[in-house]
Design a protein around this ligand. Structure first.
Ligand SMILES: Nc1ncnc2c1ncn2[C@@H]1O[C@H](COP(=O)(O)OP(=O)(O)OP(=O)(O)O)[C@@H](O)[C@H]1O
Length: 525
């Protein structure tokens, strides 16, 4: 029993021990449960905290992601900028390389220029000293030039005097005779003077009282006779010095006289070719040339021209504006100091500065004459045409002035009344009478001038006022003037009578040259 008791005691002790262990285990379990709850709480807290942290981190990650995208964008832009900058740098690098090359070249050029510059400076120094030396030489040369210019002006005065003496020795009134070429039946004209060409012989046959044929030879002598073969330049050669006289301040008159168709217009105006151009254009060219040549001797010239027609003792302006000149023109001789200027009222006087302008003036005048010719039955051969070129010169060195005048006159046909078939026609009769009157007035004036030069100047009356032509040319026919008459002859047998009349008229004019020839005896004054 004891054993049983011992066993029960032992079992009770075990039970108590186990109860205690159970209580302890329960306690422990409770603790563990409490700890578990705490841990669960802690876990929940941590979970919540983590959740919050995750949210925060997600927000942060979103922010970072945005920022990363922005950075990416920025990076892209920066990359592009970088690319552009790279390209720019590459281009700049090549520019710099090129510029470096250029700079090298420029540097070389600068170096060369610097060398050149120093050479030039050296030359400049040389030149400066040469200039100062030259200035002295220039002043010296200037003095010499002034001296030479003075001598040239003096020589010019001497030339003028000598030229005038030559002209005076030739006679201030000269007559040339020119025979027109002709293929048809020509008269018996011979030219015996083969040396000086001064004679013309006209042979005519007539019946004497017994009815027998009588041959008569008429000898005429002039200052120069031009045979039909003579060219325009042959004729001009003889008169070219008159152009110089005009520039020297003399009045010059050149007349073309002769019957209609004898070659007056051909002689004065001529054709359009160089060989056929007439005396007017040649003289005008020479006047301009002579004036030009005197420029370096201090002379300045001014030219103007007028072109008039005298028809039936009425003056018409060939340079007028209208188709036909209806104005009444008066001739005035105005004295200014020692010079007398002839002016015609209400006519156009055109300034002329080149021969070309003169040519167009002549064309204008001719076109007006042509209009008049068709209106008034070949009026051109029934009127006198007077082209006047006035030449005024001034020498600023010497203060000298000179006024010359070149008158080129194409006279009306000189045929006599019956020859022109005018006897029955009243207008034609008046025309012819006027022409004859003015031509004989011209002959009388020239004859009186010739006589005047052998007598005392004031004693002889010169009948200038007997015709418009002589009154217009009064100033150019008197005093220190030079007159040339070119007698144009038709060689036709049918014109023999007219030719003889013309030759006699011209001889009357030519005889007046005796007066001026006396100057040869007296010698230059
Ligand atoms: N020397 C010459 N050489 C060649 N032809 C000439 C010469 N002279 C005159 N002629 C010619 O003769 C013709 C008549 O000449 P021009 O017209 O000059 O005579 P004119 O006397 O002026 O006559 P008008 O009084 O009718 O004007 C013209 O055809 C002209 O070309």
């Amino acid at each position: 029993m004891d054993a049983e008791r011992a066993k029960v005691a032992k079992l009770s002790a075990d039970d108590r021990a186990l109860s205690r262990q159970l209580a302890s285990a329960k306690e422990l379990d409770l603790d563990k449960r409490r700890a578990l709850v705490d841990a669960a709480d802690e876990l929940e807290r941590i979970r919540i905290k983590h959740q919050r942290e995750i949210v925060d981190l997600e927000v942060e990650a979103g922010k970072r992601a945005r920022e990363a995208r922005e950075r990416e964008e920025e990076l892209k832009v920066v990359k592009e900028d970088l690319e552009t900058a790279r390209e720019t740098i590459a281009s700049l690098k090549s520019t710099v390389a090129h510029q470096s090359g250029v700079q090298v070249t420029l540097n070389a050029q600068i170096a060369a220029l610097q060398v050149e510059n120093s050479e030039l400076r050296a030359q400049l120094d040389d030149l400066s000293s040469a200039v100062s030396k030259g200035a002295l030489e220039y002043a010296d040369a200037r003095r010499k030039i002034e001296q030479l210019e003075k001598e040239a002006r003096e020589a010019e005065m001497v030339r003028r005097k000598l030229h005038n003496m030559v002209q005076e020795l030739k006679g201030n009134i000269r007559v040339f005779c020119r025979v027109r070429p002709e293929r048809a039946a020509v008269a018996d004209l011979t030219f015996p003077d083969k040396e000086d060409h001064r004679e013309i012989v006209v042979s005519s046959t007539s019946l004497n009282a017994m009815g027998q044929e009588r041959k008569e030879a008429h000898n005429f002598t002039f200052d120069r006779v031009f045979e039909p073969e003579a060219t325009q330049s042959d004729v001009y050669e003889e008169i070219s010095l008159l152009a110089q006289s005009c520039v020297d301040g003399y009045n010059v008159c050149i007349f073309a006289y002769g019957q209609t168709g004898s070659g007056k217009s051909f002689t004065m105006e001529g054709g359009s070719t160089e060989a056929t151009v007439g005396m007017i254009p040649r003289a005008v060219d020479d006047v301009f040339r002579a004036a030009d040549a005197l420029r370096n001797k201090g002379w300045e010239y001014k030219m103007d021209g007028q072109f008039l027609e005298i028809y039936n003792e009425t003056i018409n302006d060939l340079l007028g504006k209208g188709e036909f000149d209806k104005k009444k023109h008066e001739i005035k001789h105005e004295k200014q100091g020692s010079t007398i200027t002839t002016r015609v009222t209400d006519v156009n006087v055109l300034p002329l500065s080149t021969p070309r302008e003169v040519a167009s003036l002549l064309r204008l005048a001719n076109s007006r004459r042509t209009v008049a010719a068709t209106l008034m039955n070949e009026r051109s051969s029934r009127s006198h045409s007077v082209f006047t070129l006035r030449v005024s010169g001034y020498n600023a060195h010497t203060g000298t002035r000179c006024e010359g005048c070149l008158n080129l006159v194409d006279l009306a046909g000189s045929e006599r009344l019956n020859a022109s078939g005018a006897a029955g026609d009243k207008d034609r009769l008046r025309e012819t009478q006027n022409i004859n009157r003015s031509l004989s007035a011209l002959g009388d004036v020239i004859a009186a001038l010739g006589e005047k030069s052998v007598e005392k100047a004031s004693e002889k009356h010169v009948p200038y006022r007997n015709s418009k032509l002589t009154y217009l040319l009064q100033n150019s026919l008197s005093g220190n003037s030079k007159t040339l008459m070119i007698l144009n002859l038709s060689p036709l047998a049918a014109h023999l009578g007219e030719s003889l009349t013309s030759l006699r008229f011209a001889t009357k004019v030519n005889n007046t040259t005796i007066g001026t020839a006396r100057k040869q005896v007296r010698g230059p004054s």
